[in-house]
Design a binder for this molecule. Structure first.
Ligand SMILES: O=C(O)CCC(=O)C(=O)O
Ligand SMILES: [Fe+2]
Length: 310
């Protein structure tokens, strides 16, 4: 049975760019992304937070619906999303979760006007570990293509969208759709889940592989906008969530995407005679507007790669 590769980032604090340990992890990251577009990143330090994190997440979803609905955002894709009829997924999300104060201002203060210090502290610590992993992985990917000089620009033009998700238990042993098959359109996705599995990714042979991350592991997936920026060098994996049984699944995703107003342009180092330019420069927010207009009109046919195909 195929299994998504596991890469040990536990020595993350000691991993210094240029060290032999760093280079060895970098080789594993590149290989896993070439083979699967995704991997499991284990970080022991997250274990210290695990109980508190899922305690906080359960506490959040156990709030009355009216309270959760207070979490709104100017961006219609953020804030609280109720599960649509007959569907399992409800979620709550904010932008720029890595910026100090945003978790407290945008989540805690809305949901618990009287305050909830332990919720803020737990989620801030969790987001710190996650965004650190995100930076490490992105730097490794860029280095592996010899384009590390673009690291700062790439990191500075990134939004960190934190989404906390609950899949209600389907109360049946029949596989039930949690999220339908899709590729993430953002740059990089990092997921951390409770003990209820359900994520599946499709490998190059078209087989669905169950992703069953250990308690100390994040699932890291490359998104389509990163693949476009890399001139198609790595591909985003198709994935879905299928649920069965009597337990709720909780997962927390850090989705990094290019900020609006920033032009995604394939670095010229990745274009040569053997690798012609595949994608034109594009603005990710403009693409999303176009994409969701198609969704609203029921005419979805053009995804990111077709949209910016050169
Ligand atoms: O809950 C998960 O593990 C995956 C969710 C997902 O694929 C998404 O939100 O894009
Ligand atoms: Fe996804």
């Amino acid at each position: 049975m195929a299994k998504v590769p596991v890469i040990d980032f536990s020595k993350q604090d000691l991993l210094q760019p240029g060290s032999p340990e760093w280079n060895s992890v970098r080789v594993q990251v590149r290989k896993a992304l070439e083979d699967y577009g995704c991997f499991e990143a284990s970080i022991d330090r997250v274990l210290e937070l695990r109980r508190a994190v899922f305690g906080a997440v359960e506490e959040l979803f156990d709030l009355p619906l009216q309270t959760k609905k207070l979490c709104v955002s100017e961006n219609r894709f953020r804030g609280y999303k109720e599960p649509p009829p007959k569907r399992l997924l409800e979620s709550i999300s904010i932008d720029d979760a890595h910026i100090a104060g945003n978790i407290e201002q945008r989540l805690t203060n809305t949901l618990w006007p009287q305050g909830n210090i332990s919720f803020s502290k737990t989620m801030v610590s969790f987001t710190e570990i996650t965004s650190r992993l995100e930076k490490t992985v992105k730097r490794m990917i860029l280095e592996s293509f010899g384009i590390e000089k673009h690291v700062d620009e790439f990191m500075n033009s990134t939004n960190h969208h934190l989404r906390i998700m609950k899949y209600g238990s389907p109360k049946t042993s029949e596989p039930t759709e949690g999220v339908r098959a899709h590729c993430d359109m953002n740059a990089l996705t990092l997921l951390y889940q409770n003990e209820v599995d359900g994520l599946q990714i499709q490998n190059k042979e078209g087989e669905w592989i169950n992703v069953m991350p250990s308690a100390n592991s994040f699932v890291v997936m490359i998104g389509e906008s990163f693949s476009v920026w890399l001139n198609g060098r790595l591909s985003s994996p198709c994935h879905r969530v299928t649920m069965k049984g009597n337990k709720a699944r909780y997962s927390i995703g850090l989705f990094t995407s290019p900020k609006g107003g920033y032009l995604i342009e394939v670095p010229k180092e990745l274009v040569d005679d053997k690798n012609p330019l595949l994608f034109k420069p594009y603005d990710h927010d403009e693409f999303l507007k176009f994409y969701y207009t198609q969704v609203a009109q029921g005419t979805l046919s053009v995804g990111l790669k077709a949209y910016c195909s050169a």
